[in-house]
Design a protein around this ligand. Structure first.
Ligand code: PLP
Length: 396
């Protein structure tokens, strides 16, 4: 018997299918490697955020195993009750030192770090000024805060200044928030100008460096370090789930900010803390970032090699400046076909269409990592060329 719920859901799924937005999950066998097996097919993997290969790095695996044996599998409580283990504190101290911040707090994910922070530091009567391409977790945090939300055109500092000037006289606190590196286009926020505007108009400043953590700045310290803006950004968010290789998110800032989040950030208060083995992996990851700078150099070498190849072939890679390189093809259906045919021929690059990006900017998204070999990248370029020509995306 179809329940009321299922009747509704089946209808919704049908509608997704008819709009070609229905998707199945690709299943990975074995490890998340540059060459990996998804849905039974071995492919060059251009879809993971494992920028430095840390999620299979021996030092992280060993640290995790040791912590597992020593401390067990779970923390057993939320941080504010009994779930703050010594290793959680060590990780936070490590991150604060690494980011050259006064203090840091770790959340279960980058998503909860953003949503929990934005929603707790602002409230009714306050104002959030947000780049239109900011991550969903920032948007959810904005909504949960009940502050007024003003969205400015992507990276448009004039549009940002217009809004700041317009709201200057309003009561309430103002927060300017931007991704450091944007996840769909791989472009970088004009942070020096944004920070300057926030200072001029007396707004607080927050940067989400999920895709810059372990990728940009000295040893992967992020965009604030990259642009030399230490001390001028109130709130730095990073993820432990991408280049750091494990799972989690963190916030860095003043001691007062961190202590306030201990008391008010709802995911921190109401959701159990990390298993100790995850915290141990992350601790080891920051040691690797500091001690093996060659990894980040290799990431950028591979990025240059791959980007050069794509532009030689005549692909439209948009405004990307980082290891995230979109290949923009136009309509959503073509992007999905491109992705499907690449997969058939041994290259995994996710197709992305509306509503994640505007329909006419549908694309596949590629991410190279430090651990891709030259052969793997050249193979990927060869297949991209072949399929791209076949589908008329580039001239033959
Ligand atoms: C991936 C991502 C997040 C979420 O991080 P998780 O640790 O995966 O929850 C937040 N912000 C941006 C910009 C991201 O790309």
């Amino acid at each position: 018997m179809a329940t009321l719920l299922d009747e509704f859901l089946v209808g919704e799924l049908e509608s997704l299918r008819s709009r070609k937005l229905y998707r199945t999950l690709k299943v990975l066998e074995g490890q998340q490697l540059p060459q990996a097996e998804f849905d039974g097919r071995s492919v060059v993997n251009l879809s993971s955020n494992n920028y430095l290969g840390l999620n299979t790095h021996p030092r992280l695996v060993e640290a995790s195993e040791r912590a597992l044996r020593q401390f067990g599998v779970g923390s057993g409580a939320v941080r504010t009750i009994a779930g703050t283990m010594r290793i959680h504190m060590e990780l936070e101290e490590k991150i604060a030192r690494f980011k050259q911040a006064e203090a840091s707090v770790v959340f279960q994910s980058g998503f909860t770090a953003n949503a929990g922070t934005v929603s707790s530091i602002l409230g009714k009567g306050d104002l959030i000024i947000s780049d239109e391409l900011n991550h969903a977790s920032i948007i959810d945090g904005c909504r949960l805060s009940r502050a007024q939300i003003r969205v400015y055109r992507h990276k448009d500092t004039q549009a940002l200044e217009d809004i700041l000037a317009e709201v200057q006289a309003l009561p309430g606190r103002k927060l300017v928030v931007t991704d450091g590196v944007f996840s769909m286009d791989g472009d970088v926020a004009p942070l020096p100008q944004i920070v300057e505007l926030a200072e001029t108009y007396g707004a607080m400043m927050m940067v989400d460096d999920a895709h810059a953590s372990g990728v940009m700045g000295t040893c992967g310290r992020g965009t604030v370090d990259h642009f030399g803006l230490h001390g001028r950004v109130d709130i730095q968010v990073g993820t432990l789930s991408k280049a750091v290789g494990a799972l989690g998110g963190y916030v860095c800032g003043s001691r007062a900010l961190i202590e306030y989040l201990y008391h008010r950030a709802r995911p921190f208060l109401f959701s159990t803390s990390h298993p100790p083995a995850v915290a141990a992996s992350c601790l080891a990851a920051f040691e690797v970032l500091e001690e093996e700078p060659a990894l980040i150099e290799r990431l950028w070498q591979n990025t240059r090699l791959f980007k050069d190849g794509l532009s030689r072939l005549g692909f439209d890679t948009g405004a990307s400046e980082t290891p995230i390189t979109p290949i923009i093809v136009g309509q959503g259906e073509l992007a999905m076909k491109f992705s499907d045919q690449l997969f058939e021929e041994g290259v995994f690059a996710q197709g992305i269409g509306f509503p994640t990006v505007p329909e006419e900017k549908s694309r596949i998204r590629t991410i190279v990592t430090a651990t891709h070999t030259r052969e793997q990248l050249e193979f990927a370029l060869e297949i991209l060329a072949r399929v791209g020509r076949r589908l008329g995306i580039i001239p033959s």
